[in-house]
Design a protein around this ligand. Structure first.
Ligand code: PSU
Length: 301
């Protein structure tokens, strides 16, 4: 069995059977610039504490799988250069060779499950990239949702993706996609999209009950909770569409591929919106943290 390095407060919450919410670290190392990344990570952790749960930010540091980071660890990770972006394919190799890496949605789900944590908050999941019919670029996050029993709270899939194809794949894989409090799927920086939500729930208790029911029925995999960004923090989809198109065009022209695509696009959209995309990203992650704490508390009873 792998040695998990629990932070003291996470270990205490675990021993007492109290609510815990997992958080990923790729959003810190590859999703936001320093110092906003570390500031956001701290705010998100506090949002979870304010909601009555214990946050557990997950990362691999010098070959150790950490479930909960200390403040200096968080700060060091936020400033580190060339940190690996770990998914299902490479997390074991990183740990085995003593490496350091940030966990994506897929890798965080794996670690959370190993640690006995059932709920995880992030910004937006990865999915089917535009042009996937030629590049085959589909995030491993989707298959992870199909096999690892963690409820993931996100503002939907990131709007840089082909959302129709992303939700089509999730349906094929049997992943419940549950919009929180509305009938349409959110689109990350925008609170809504033209896509109808496959499922809708209006309370954290319902989400917790559905999580337990899947386990009781022996259904593998998790749930994706698509939690819309608060209205006053959103960027309208019409405003973003040309900016996303420009960033995608530049990625193509520069031959950006594989794991580098999402960080490149997020970085360019940050520049092209004069930072507005980051402000919205921070708001949506915090909103997801608050809902995650409610779900975790409901699950912990
Ligand atoms: N949410 C954010 N910003 C991010 C991510 C999520 O608000 O950067 C990260 C997650 O770690 C997710 C990854 O797993 O982006 C998706 O990367 P890819 O498209 O390469 O699978």
């Amino acid at each position: 069995m792998i040695d998990l390095h629990f932070a003291p407060d996470v270990q205490a919450a675990k021993d007492a059977g109290r609510a815990i919410v997992a958080l990923e670290s790729t959003i810190i190392t590859h999703g936001m610039p320093y110092p906003q990344n570390v500031e956001t990570a701290r705010l998100v952790e506090q949002d979870i504490r304010d909601g009555g749960a214990t946050p557990a930010t997950i990362a691999v540091i010098n070959g150790a799988l950490h479930i909960g980071l200390t403040d200096p660890q968080l700060d060091a990770l936020g400033q580190a250069k060339n940190v690996a972006k770990l998914s299902r394919a490479d997390i074991a190799a990183c740990i085995a060779t003593g490496g350091t890496g940030a966990t994506t949605v897929a890798a965080t789900m794996i670690a959370a499950h190993l640690a006995g944590i059932h709920v995880f908050a992030t910004g937006g999941i990865g999915g089917v990239h535009k042009g996937a019919e030629t590049t085959f670029d589909i995030s491993a996050d989707l298959h992870e949702l199909a096999q690892t029993p963690v409820t993931v709270v996100a503002a939907g899939a990131k709007a840089i993706l082909d959302l129709e194809k992303t939700y089509e794949v999730l349906e094929t894989l049997g992943v419940p996609v549950i919009a929180y409090g509305q009938d349409t799927l959110p689109a990350f920086w925008s609170s809504t999209s033209p896509l109808p939500a496959p499922l809708r729930m209006d309370s954290a208790d319902d989400i917790a009950r559905a999580h337990k029911m899947r386990a009781a029925m022996g259904l593998p995999g998790g749930q994706l909770i698509a939690n819309p960004i608060p209205q006053d923090a959103q960027i309208p989809a019409d405003t973003l569409a040309p900016i996303i198109a420009q960033a995608l065009g530049e990625a193509d022209a520069q031959g950006i591929a594989a794991k580098a695509v999402t960080p490149f696009l997020l970085g360019r959209i940050f520049e092209l919106t004069d930072g507005a995309s980051l402000t919205a990203n921070i708001a949506l992650v915090r909103n997801n943290a608050r809902l995650s704490a409610q779900i975790a508390c409901s699950l912990a009873g």
